[in-house]
Design a protein around this ligand. Sequence first.
Ligand SMILES: Nc1ncnc2c1ncn2[C@@H]1O[C@H](COP(=O)(O)OP(=O)(O)O)[C@@H](O)[C@H]1O
Ligand SMILES: N[C@@H](CC(=O)OP(=O)(O)O)C(=O)O
Length: 421
Amino acid sequence: MSKTIVFKFGGASVKDAKSIENLFNILFNRLRNRTLIVISAMGKTTNGLEEILRLKLNGDLTSSNSAKIKDFHLGICREIFPPESMIFSIIENLFMQMDRDLDKPLTQENYDAYYDQIVSYGELLSSRILQEYLCFKGIFCIWQDAREIISTNSNYRFVEVDWDKTKNLCLKHLGSKLEQYPVVTQGFIGADPKGKTTTLGREGSDFTAAILAFCLNAQSVTIWKDVDGVRNADPKRFPDTVKFEELDYREAAELAFYGASVIHPKTIKPLANLSIPLYVKSFLSPEAVGTKICQVSEPMHIPCTVVKDNQILVSFRVTDFTFIAESHIHRVYEVLKKLKLKVNMLQVSAISISIVIDMEMFALDQLISTLQNDFSVKYNDALQLITVKNQNADLVEALLKGKEALLEQVTRSTFQFVHKP
Ligand SMILES: Nc1ncnc2c1ncn2[C@@H]1O[C@H](COP(=O)(O)OP(=O)(O)O)[C@@H](O)[C@H]1O
Ligand SMILES: N[C@@H](CC(=O)OP(=O)(O)O)C(=O)O
């Protein structure tokens, strides 16, 4: 029996009618037995759904907000489907369900679970549209609800995968389907033990592809992007970047960890565990060679620059003339864990702990209010974190030029600093 190949298409690859037609051509030229297609929400739909939640929480949500997202999807469908296609009633139905969900009260307390229910509609819509379109164009394929195959805990918005259960579910639901037809499923979403929808973290569809590849012991994963592969810096931010033809799992995982948005940070581990290669290719030039991420025996340690926006630097200072001890660090981390916040940079001095975290809804207020009795807390927001991996002095100097580093850190291989852009 041949092994499964997994293709993942992100939001940019399905952002309009032309992109969906392009996606069809990519698949048409590559279809083979046992093809699994993982799809993200179309264009910036997830951002739009997050905005709906923000408005709802502030009491400013009107029906025109979800109508805008609906019109975006219907507009694309009108360009690629005949008027009698079933897709139009499928979309109407999904929006009816979403509007019903949005009638329920939203508070800060139920925000994370509510978020997962609403934001998942992006992937439910895109996967339905893609499956209908492929069938309409002659590629018969099956729609698989990812919530039936990806089992997670209930830590909404930041769930952990139940690997054993997911593996069993994949074999049960996908094993024989993949033998017959390509399967289309949603990235980014799963379900908890009660069957409630969960999400894997923003940009988590790459991770979905890796989870499914691991559970099916796939032959390869290909993620289709608007760039020609992984480069030593984001080509949208820096000129003269270099593309990696091959990149070691470890190097790729570190770049993703520091914030190279081309790959979701959790994607690499499951693939590396089974030596499943990950190809990063361009949906704009599908024939071009992309980047192969695999085990490389002698990795080249080329300097790489990673930029992460929307960072907050928070400093906790002791106020009672003591010094920072393990108990202070423990206290800060305890609260960070409770608030589901990940530290991107940490520095401890005699009298203060400084951390750099992502900007998250409510998180800063909660962090400060919880710890203000233990420390004097100060923060700077709207910062940028720049990381240079495999650093060299010239590159670091060039990056620092004209910027005021609010916090910097250097190890033998890595240089990091935050500044106000
Ligand atoms: N090191 C890098 N190499 C290539 N692209 C990068 C890198 N770092 C960031 N990017 C950015 O990642 C983007 C693709 O990722 P993303 O937009 O998340 O894809 P999608 O949402 O379609 O899956 C590119 O447009 C590019 O600007
Ligand atoms: N739609 C989700 C999941 C995702 O992975 O999207 P993309 O593949 O477009 O980054 C998000 O925007 O976070």
